[in-house]
Design a protein around this ligand. Structure first.
Ligand SMILES: NC(=O)C1=CN([C@@H]2O[C@H](COP(=O)(O)OP(=O)(O)OC[C@H]3O[C@@H](n4cnc5c(N)ncnc54)[C@H](OP(=O)(O)O)[C@@H]3O)[C@@H](O)[C@H]2O)C=CC1
Ligand SMILES: C=C(/C=C/[C@@H](C)[C@H]1CC[C@H]2C3=CC=C4C[C@@H](O)CC[C@]4(C)[C@H]3CC[C@]12C)C(C)C
Length: 550
């Protein structure tokens, strides 16, 4: 039987490996993080909150909800794009500092000559239409900002990603997922329209069914390589103030991984809003199911209510783990706190940064300062530290067809042995092969026009690292990517990739993307998506070939 103890930080894992100086430095870094990074993070959070509030006031003060201010900002971006000199200026990308980005992708293209588009002022909610249930936002608006505005009206965007600092621009141009994705699909699936500034400075509105529908479907996963998104209209759904959350333990040395897969592949009824699975080790997992419930049900006598959002409360993945000891249980959680359940701990990522941050005494004393700001963490790490994290940690999100989930889990256990694992089912919809991500049975004959996949999130040190065995991160990533390609899966752009260009396009659908690149004159203006993802970019070669293709 695999033990049930928490082995989630570098230091709590038994290690036969002889420690090197960088191991000690990383451990000591947590002192710096506690006394410097955490307090500054808190101050940044405070000012960000004030700034967001300020941006939100236009929504209520201006008669047009900030539309005119937005229009003049868009005009500036369009003008800026028109001024770009293709012979002199580099490829276009957003001016967002690479250290602000939540992912671990290599953003070296921002460290060489490039043409920046400043979107820092695009952080307003332009329209919040409660009647039509639509919200129009600028790309730098974060998930937390949206939920803060919509939840008091019992409305919500359908797919709420777990980390509140993720931006609408990043989630639409990349890939966004949340526990309700099994029902609603990816974040971009619920977008109604996208306002985009094209390579030549033209501003267009792309919708599912207008003349720019090809662009609309081409943008997700394209990493801003077709145009600059300047606003998006997103559909809203009705939600209650509480969620009924059930924690279902799955145990068994030989059966756990299979049982988790089977449970996550069930067709759940319409009252369910969220499903996720957390695998702690190959023998222990918990499935968390969130259901809509009425306020009456949540507040009636006998209902257990739990405000998990307080800073001193156990981290969510550890709270869920209690089901392994006490058996299945149900409780009622305020919806906002449910949405943000992994925020304080970045799932379990914070334990890798401060190994004791989950202990009760730390939570009570300093928990209110959590989580450390990712920008500060990235800015204060040295190149050697960055390489250390990259060589010792594996941070990846892969999508696999649901019927391959068990095989994927067995593969990950055999080849990588990395826990905890976060699993989140996601429905991929068929859009006539216009998307970069085309699912397995992707054709018109598919009865449901969709297929359910599972997102497998890994973010930890594989067992080989802690055992002191040879672990070559690039080799492991390659093996994982090969498996994913062979099994009709996809790798999200969150982590580093080792894919060759050929294999990248075996994974993703190239035809439609290239058509959009040609039609909207992106070639030569925006770097192509493969070059934005790949680990090392030989910039001169890319520039030359893109210029020739243009
Ligand atoms: N639960 C979830 O859904 C999670 C998702 N993630 C990942 O995080 C990413 C989002 O992170 P975030 O830090 O917000 O975004 P990033 O700043 O990392 O942006 C992601 C990509 O989108 C492009 N982009 C962003 N805004 C625009 C825009 N307005 N117009 C054109 N292109 C744009 C960026 O282009 P450029 O390179 O030019 O800046 C970049 O390539 C997602 O793509 C996802 O992969 C991570 C954790 C969890
Ligand atoms: C894959 C999953 C979750 C991912 C997040 C928990 C990680 C995504 C990006 C990670 C980090 C980025 C940069 C960092 C700077 C370093 O100095 C320290 C580590 C880190 C903060 C690192 C921590 C984890 C992330 C936030 C899920 C779906 C399991």
């Amino acid at each position: 039987m695999v033990g049930n103890q928490d082995t989630t930080s570098f230091s709590t894992l038994p290690s036969k490996r002889k420690k090197v100086w960088m191991d000690y430095l990383i451990q000591l870094r947590c002192i710096f993080i506690i006394f410097v990074v955490l307090p500054i993070s808190f101050v940044i959070r405070f000012f960000k909150y004030v700034g967001d509030k300020n941006a939100e006031t236009y929504l209520f003060i201006d008669s047009d909800g900030g539309q005119s201010k937005h229009t003049s900002r868009v005009e500036k971006v369009a003008e800026h794009m028109r001024k770009r000199d293709p012979y002199k200026d580099g490829f276009v990308c957003t001016s967002r500092n690479p250290n602000h980005s939540i992912g671990m992708r290599n953003l070296d293209y921002k460290r060489v000559r490039h043409f920046e588009v400043d979107l820092s002022t695009f952080r307003s909610i332009i329209r919040f239409d409660k009647k039509q249930m639509i919200i129009k936002v600028e790309p730098m608006v974060t998930i937390s900002q949206i939920t803060r505005i919509t939840l008091p009206a019992s409305l919500s965007i359908p797919v709420v990603s777990e980390l509140g600092d993720l931006t609408v621009g990043g989630l639409i141009n990349g890939f966004g997922i949340g526990v309700s994705s099994f029902k609603y699909g990816s974040f971009s699936e619920m977008v109604i329209s996208m306002e985009i500034v094209l390579a030549d400075g033209q501003v267009v509105i792309a919708k599912k069914d207008n003349e720019y529908s090809d662009l609309f479907y081409g943008v997700p996963w394209s990493l801003g390589t077709l145009g600059i998104l300047v606003s998006a209209e997103i559909k809203l759904i009705r939600v209650a103030q509480y969620m009924k959350v059930t924690y279902k333990p799955i145990k068994g040395d030989a059966t756990c991984l299979r049982d988790v897969s089977e449970n996550l592949c069930l067709t759940y009824d319409h009252t369910i809003l969220g499903i996720e699975g957390i695998i702690y080790n190959p023998a222990n997992a918990v499935i968390v199911i969130g259901e809509y419930c009425t306020l009456l049900e949540a507040t009636r006598a006998g209902s257990v209510r739990n405000s998990i959002g307080w800073w001193f409360k156990p981290w969510f993945y550890q709270h869920a783990k209690k089901a392994l000891d006490k058996g299945q249980f149900t409780e009622y959680i305020p919806i906002k706190e449910y949405y943000q359940r992994h925020r304080r701990s970045y799932f379990w990522g914070c334990k890798l940064i401060i190994p004791f941050a989950d202990r009760w005494w730390f939570r009570y004393v300093l928990g209110w300062l959590m989580p450390p700001n990712i920008f500060l963490l990235k800015t204060t790490q040295t190149e050697a530290m960055r390489n250390y994290y990259h060589s010792k940690l594996l941070i990846q999100n892969v999508l696999v067809p649901n019927h391959k989930l068990y095989d994927a889990l067995k593969f990950i256990h055999r080849e990588i042995e990395i826990y905890p694992i976060w699993i989140c089912p996601i429905r991929l919809f068929y859009h006539g092969a216009k998307t970069m991500v085309c699912f397995e049975n992707n054709n018109d004959t598919n009865r449901y026009n969709s297929q359910v996949y599972s997102n497998i999130g890994i973010c930890h040190a594989p067992a080989a690292v802690t055992r002191g065995d040879v672990f070559i991160s690039s080799e492991v990533v390659k093996t994982l990517e090969d498996w994913v390609i062979e099994n009709h899966g996809f790798q999200s752009h969150l982590g580093v990739t080792e894919l060759s260009e050929r294999n990248f396009w075996r994974m993703f659908n190239r035809e439609h993307y290239e058509q959009c690149r040609a039609k909207y004159k992106s070639v030569g203006t925006f770097l192509d998506v493969y070059n934005k993802c790949k680990k090392e970019i030989k910039f001169d070669e890319v520039e030359q070939s893109e210029t020739l293709r243009n």
